[in-house]
Design a protein around this ligand. Sequence first.
Ligand SMILES: Cc1cc2nc3c(=O)[nH]c(=O)nc-3n(C[C@H](O)[C@H](O)[C@H](O)COP(=O)(O)OP(=O)(O)OC[C@H]3O[C@@H](n4cnc5c(N)ncnc54)[C@H](O)[C@@H]3O)c2cc1C
Length: 194
Amino acid sequence: MSNRQNTTDVILIGAGIMSATLGTLLKELTPDWKIKVFEKLSNAGEESSNEWNNAGTGHAALCELNYTVEKSDGSLDISKAIKVNEQFQLSRQFWSYLVNNNLINNPEEFIMPLPHMSYVRGEENVKFLKKRHDALSNNPLFKGMEYSEDPETLKEWLPLMMKGRNVKEPIAATKIDSGTDVNFGALTRMLSTI
Ligand SMILES: Cc1cc2nc3c(=O)[nH]c(=O)nc-3n(C[C@H](O)[C@H](O)[C@H](O)COP(=O)(O)OP(=O)(O)OC[C@H]3O[C@@H](n4cnc5c(N)ncnc54)[C@H](O)[C@@H]3O)c2cc1C
């Protein structure tokens, strides 16, 4: 009799998006491994990964200002923005693989296009956003990123945010249509059934 039946190769603690993703990768790479998942709540994807508990932004540095750090000489370091964007492209490739191999059937239930915007106020922040746009917009990963300081354009881009707002101070925004909205809760639940 083989001992194999009683062997667990991998134990994953917690059934959030991280375990669901790692478990799916391992299952694809080593289908004969036995994987056990332990979750203290009643279902997968109930904690941080749940759709009610995070913003659902597909982080690709399109709108997250903290990924472009201003150096002491005033120039911008965009290396982290590029790295994060490349990592998100890898996630998208993985999800495409799952769809193409019929492991996920309804991608529209967890992923959709959504413009990503950054809004700033005050002279210093406007200068920063302009510099960020100049530094990123020539890179193919950030192609199509628009920049505006014009209140009328910002009213079109952000109608609710601009309603009744004081436009006498300097304001600016960037907008890029290739942003992504991800329902990590739905994705966790889908991956947990593979
Ligand atoms: C307010 C907020 C907004 C966010 N916005 C974004 C966003 O826009 N974009 C983005 O990419 N990320 C966002 N995040 C981050 C993202 O939600 C998390 O990085 C991600 O969900 C973490 O996944 P996880 O699997 O590590 O954790 P979780 O989804 O929290 O899963 C961990 C699981 O482990 C279980 N667990 C814990 N301890 C034990 C134990 N001892 N035994 C058994 N089970 C256990 C928990 O019950 C839980 O189900 C946001 C997070 C927050 C809080």
